[in-house]
Design a protein around this ligand. Structure first.
Ligand code: PBG
Length: 337
């Protein structure tokens, strides 16, 4: 009865001791299953009209809305760090927003102007543009609002028109985040008809009706405009199968890549999509996820840097091929060292 603890463990587990592999930094490195690289990072950038504009976003410390001239410096840094692609999101002046989001069809709108400027300044970096209408509508919805309803097919027409302008401006990948039915097929067809066969589509396939978008709405100025919520077109946070059906349709309609959004609360969906469809799957670590980590770190409640890197690695473990993240620049700087 005087057996030591170690012998007791051996009696139960035989000679298996999993801690051997965890013993040193070098053993941990040897058996590590997943790694984060700069190739996994996509940088979202908030852009605003004007020149020499750099506006803070209260709920997103360290992230600013930048006018195109200043945003180009950020793009240059991203490219120098090895970040493969950027994703611009515009804050459009209020007088340009209307019921149908018509500004998205303006060939000189801020997304198109930024896209052309990036193509001229940093031609090698990938540009992924969103074709949802929310930055351009005066009600903050992703589609056209008619009698209190987001009119699906009319919205798709407008989204397609916007996507075409973005492709003409030089966008490499169209990433519609609106969740209208049929928009992937319609965008694919329109792109092909105009000869943009090589312009890809990253479908925001599983975009959930989430509370985690709050700070983003401050950033693009839809916070005070938004009437009601987006539950009639985004996926219900309770659902998995609905997201899978959406992915099936998007793939059939011609999506090249899939996106899950938000990220961390939906890692099971990332995993499920990767397992089921074997397609490139991306995750969007959204503004609220960024804000949570930043807020806790600012209080000294979390080691912000470690939490950032751990959260990004978690996406890789879940099977994501890449992550849109407001941490992209900071993480890339760390990875370089
Ligand atoms: C809407 C859109 C959203 C985000 C990007 N485009 C969600 C919304 O406002 O409903 C969220 C991004 C983030 O929170 O970081 N098309």
């Amino acid at each position: 009865m005087s057996k030591q603890m170690g012998e007791t463990v051996d009696a139960v587990t035989g000679s298996r001791r999993l801690r051997r592999n965890r013993r040193f930094d070098w053993t941990r490195r040897m058996v590590r299953e997943n790694t984060l690289s700069v190739d996994d990072l996509i940088l979202p950038i908030f852009i605003v009209e004007g020149e020499n504009q750099c506006e803070p976003i209260e709920a997103m410390p360290d992230i600013e809305r930048l006018s195109i001239d200043l945003a180009l410096d950020t793009v240059r840094e991203a490219w120098a760090l090895g970040i493969p692609a950027i994703a611009p999101f515009p804050n459009v002046s209020l007088e340009k927003r209307d019921q149908t989001g018509s500004e998205i069809t303006n060939p000189d709108n801020i997304i198109c102007a930024f896209t052309r400027a990036v193509k001229a300044a940093v031609p090698e970096i990938g540009i992924i543009t969103d074709a949802a209408l929310d930055p351009f509508t005066d009600h903050g919805h992703d589609g056209v609002l008619r009698d209190g309803i987001i009119a699906n097919d009319e919205s798709v027409e407008q989204i397609v028109a916007g996507a075409l302008q973005q492709a003409r401006a030089g966008a490499d990948i169209i990433a519609p985040s609106d969740m209208m039915d049929g928009r992937i097929g319609a965008i694919r067809q329109a792109l092909d008809e105009e000869g943009f066969r090589d312009v890809g589509i990253l479908s925001y396939t599983a975009k959930y009706a989430s509370a985690f978008y709050g700070p983003y709405r401050e950033a693009i100025g839809t916070q005070d405009l938004l009437q009601g919520d987006k539950k009639t077109y985004y996926v219900d946070p309770a659902n998995t199968e609905d997201a899978m059906r959406e992915a099936e349709l998007d793939i059939a309609e011609g999506a090249d890549m899939l996106m899950v959004k938000p990220g961390m609360p939906y890692l099971d969906i990332v995993w499920g999509m990767k397992e089921t469809f074997g397609m490139p799957v991306f995750a969007y670590q959204v503004s609220g996820e960024y804000a949570m980590i930043e807020a806790a770190a600012a209080q000294g409640w979390l080691d912000g840097e470690r939490a950032m890197m751990e959260s990004l690695l978690a996406f890789k473990r879940a099977g994501a091929d890449g992550i849109l993240s407001y941490f992209a620049l900071r993480a890339a700087r760390l990875l370089q060292n």
